[in-house]
Design a protein around this ligand. Structure first.
Ligand code: NAP
Ligand code: BGC
Ligand code: ZN
Length: 356
């Protein structure tokens, strides 16, 4: 079968030939439909994040997959079920985080991430997975199922942010999403129901397709070149919830300044090393005197995937059609890795969904 991989000494994805995997006991064989591409894949390809499986010279990419069970292999699934795999796997048998059903809280060394670090991903015609890491998806969502994984990232971050505000009466009205990449835009759509007013920050000039998506969702576009994050409270309004999805390191600190009293910021970006000056005293004071919180959040667990299925099922198809700018067949996979201003979200299509 064909798979898309990046070699340790390479700087772009290539097609490789691999044997079709055989499911072990407890594993199902899945026929891949579509696999999404996100900012993390670009960082993995550039060598800035993740790593190849031990003893190998390449990594099969892809952590945002949707597929159809080809061989249930005595697992609870039936042939034809539509499934989405979770990303983390235990490196050497189970550990306490996986046993508790909280692999997303495991520290480094206690997990592999398929398609990112230590384990091959899902960008292949077939993949196997233990049944416990496969989330069933309604057939209506088969086409857009590759968005379940990124949506699950937001489910987790919002859950953790809310938990940090659960000790008092918190009625958030205003949300600010930093970043108009695919994660930021998906989050704007997912937060739409929960907040009265939504803002989304980017650094692009009009016309731009991401600004069109933001506005079609009824949110306000904030251009960071005109209104830097710390000025948002004065120019627009302070935010009860900030969701950082730029990976631009100063935004972690500027989030504190954009928050309303009692607000919470969730940090999702994964920046490289970068030293810069901050007024630590002012930020410390602001945290304390206005009861603010910041939570970092990475990865997601099985329940977040299930919540993501519900959230995506409630979104209109028109939004998916605006967000997803390209579905590319395997023989044109390079187009799925384009990184330009007309590309928002892409996926590689290995097979199309047909109810059999
Ligand atoms: P992406 O497509 O690279 O999106 C980042 C967006 O932020 C881009 O649209 C970029 O604008 C914008 N941006 C960057 N710096 C900015 C600035 N100074 N002002 C305004 N906008 C700025 O990546 P993504 O897939 O949406 O993911 C977003 C971030 O979350 C990445 O850092 C990724 O690694 C991380 N991530 C984390 C998790 C997790 O579990 N924590 C999961 C998924 C992704 P331009 O396009 O105009 O450059
Ligand atoms: C993936 C997460 C992963 C994170 C860090 C994200 O793009 O969606 O599952 O934990 O990158 O590697
Ligand atoms: Zn991702």
């Amino acid at each position: 079968m064909k798979a898309i991989a990046v070699y340790d000494d390479g700087d772009e994805p290539v097609v490789v030939e691999k044997p079709r995997p055989e499911p072990d006991d407890g594993e199902a064989l899945v026929r891949t439909l579509r696999v999404g591409v996100d900012g993390t894949d670009h960082e993995v390809i550039a060598g800035g994040h993740g790593g190849t499986p031990a003893g190998e010279d390449h990594l099969v990419l892809g952590h945002e997959a949707v597929g159809v069970v080809e061989d249930p292999n005595d697992t609870p699934f039936e042939k034809g079920d539509v499934v989405v795999p979770t990303v983390r796997r235990p490196p050497n048998g189970a550990n306490e985080y996986f046993a508790r059903g909280e692999p997303d809280m495991a520290p480094e060394g206690k997990y592999h991430e398929r398609g990112i670090v230590g384990a091959h991903g899902f960008m292949a015609e077939y993949f196997t997975s233990p049944a416990e890491f496969l989330v069933e998806v309604p057939p209506e969502l088969a086409e857009w199922g590759f968005l379940v994984e990124p949506a699950s990232i937001t489910e987790k971050a919002v859950e953790h942010a809310r938990a940090s505000r659960s000790a008092f009466h918190w009625e958030p009205e205003v949300a600010l999403v930093l970043g108009n990449g695919s994660l930021g835009l998906l989050t704007v759509a997912m937060l739409d129901d929960e907040f009265d007013r939504l803002y989304c920050l980017g650094r692009r000039e009009r016309p731009d397709p991401t600004i069109d998506v933001i506005e079609s969702l009824g949110a306000t576009y904030v251009n960071s070149t005109e209104t830097p994050v710390p000025e948002i409270p004065d120019v627009y309004e302070p935010a009860d919830f900030v969701y950082e999805a730029t990976g631009y390191a100063p935004h972690a600190f500027e989030t504190i300044e954009a928050l309303a009293p009692n607000g919470v910021g969730a940090l999702l970006g994964v920046p490289g090393d970068w030293e810069f000056e901050v007024d630590g005293g002012a930020l410390h004071r602001e945290f304390v005197l206005h009861n603010k919180a910041l939570v970092g959040s990475v990865n997601s667990g099985f329940e977040h995937f299930e919540a993501a299925v519900d959230s995506l099922s409630a979104l209109p198809t028109a939004f998916f059609e605006d967000l997803v700018t390209g579905i590319h067949p395997l023989d044109e996979f390079e187009a799925a890795f384009a990184d330009d201003d007309t590309t928002i979200k892409t996926a590689v299509e290995f097979d199309s969904y047909e109810e059999r």
